[in-house]
Design a protein around this ligand. Structure first.
Ligand SMILES: [Zn+2]
Length: 355
């Protein structure tokens, strides 16, 4: 039975991919301009009307901290060394109806917006740009962010990611010596941080998700089609520092037993909840997805804190975020129902949170 289901799923995926690329090829390219905006945060932003679900924010701390910038964009610093995960600031207003019709939607990073955000957020030192996977809402801006710091700071950062991320960096003009294609068996020392990339999986998104799964196999020179940002490998990023540890998943899925070696070693688990609560996604081919995720990630690692990222509407510019994607309260309620002693918190956009 399982074999028949796999064969049907395989044929379906091949069909969808081919139908998609056919429609994309015949449709006229439409370029999506970025929202021109400066750095600012909507002070009234809430989670479906609730303002009590955010992690406690603090004034600029001197010890290990996170600064959250929407989607799964996280700046992590100990005051000396800065890591930037999945920087995505351009936030083009992509029309999902056109995406669903496989229109040729062209997107590109916007260097002006990126520099305004980085200056406005006072992020002046980045030693490494790390990517969990290569979808556009995680990796569109990596090359421009790299070039910004190479031009504007004393040290040249290193871009870490999959081979697909390498091709985004390369196509965007980053030199090979500033890119590391990551290896699961290695630990990367960056200042006082130790970083490991743990092979994981992307959350299953039917139809559109099929067409953006796979590898990027040549340099991406923007503007390019939305569908060209294939996910590549999806990693969980484990960050170790003497002041605390973080496990970050850009997409809420797992590989069986991948995280159990981190049992009792994770202080803060941060994961992107986009798509988590949608039962159609969760149960499409995996009815027990939510419970399995909980067991494989939360119970396996036993984190001290859980923070949610990737809950904001990333079609809205950073200075005007007012909506969430999906229904994040459903996800919140699920986690609270599993263990009300370990309540998750949403990372507040544009604020510092201590580890
Ligand atoms: Zn993704």
């Amino acid at each position: 039975m399982k074999l028949i289901e796999s064969i049907i799923a395989f044929i379906f995926n091949v069909l969808i991919k081919n139908v998609c690329s056919f429609f994309v090829r015949i449709s006229y390219p439409e370029y999506v301009e970025s929202n021109k905006f400066h750095y600012d945060i909507n002070p009234h932003f809430s989670i479906q009307g609730r303002t009590d679900l955010f992690a406690e924010s603090v004034p600029l701390p001197e010890n290990l901290h996170i600064f959250y910038l929407g989607t799964n964009s996280l700046y992590i610093s100990d005051g000396k060394t800065g890591l930037l995960i999945d920087p995505f600031f351009t936030r083009p207003d992509v029309d999902w109806k056109k995406i669903a019709l496989f229109k040729n939607i062209q997107i590109a990073p916007d260097p002006l917006v990126i520099s305004k955000i980085l200056q406005g957020a006072h992020i002046s030192k980045v030693d490494a740009v790390l990517t969990t996977h290569s979808h556009y809402d995680h990796a569109l801006d990596v090359a421009e962010v790299m070039k910004y710091f190479i031009a504007n700071s004393e040290n040249s950062p290193m871009l870490y990611g999959s081979k697909s991320t390498y091709f985004i960096g390369k196509g965007g003009g980053v030199n090979d010596e500033n890119i590391t294609i990551v290896n699961e068996s290695e630990t990367y020392r960056i200042g006082d941080f130790e970083v490991q990339f743990i092979l994981s999986k992307h959350l299953h998104i039917p139809i559109v998700g099929e067409t953006i799964s796979g590898q990027i196999d040549k340099p991406l020179v923007p503007p390019v089609n939305f569908y060209d940002y294939k996910d590549g490998e999806t990693y969980g990023i484990f960050i170790k520092h003497k002041m605390g540890t973080i496990l970050n998943l850009g997409s809420a899925n797992y590989k069986e037993n991948a995280f159990k070696f981190l049992k009792d070693k994770v202080d803060v688990l941060i994961f992107g909840i986009a798509g988590f609560e949608k039962s159609v996604i969760a149960s499409f081919d995996h009815p027990a997805y939510r419970d399995d995720f909980y067991n494989e990630v939360v119970l396996a690692t036993k984190p001290k804190k859980i923070y949610f990222s990737h809950y904001d509407d990333f079609n809205q510019p950073l200075n005007k975020i007012s909506d969430c994607i999906g229904k994040p309260l459903k996800t919140y309620n699920y986690f609270t129902s599993r263990n009300d002693q370990l309540k998750p918190f949403f990372l507040p956009v544009g604020k510092y949170v201590k580890i």
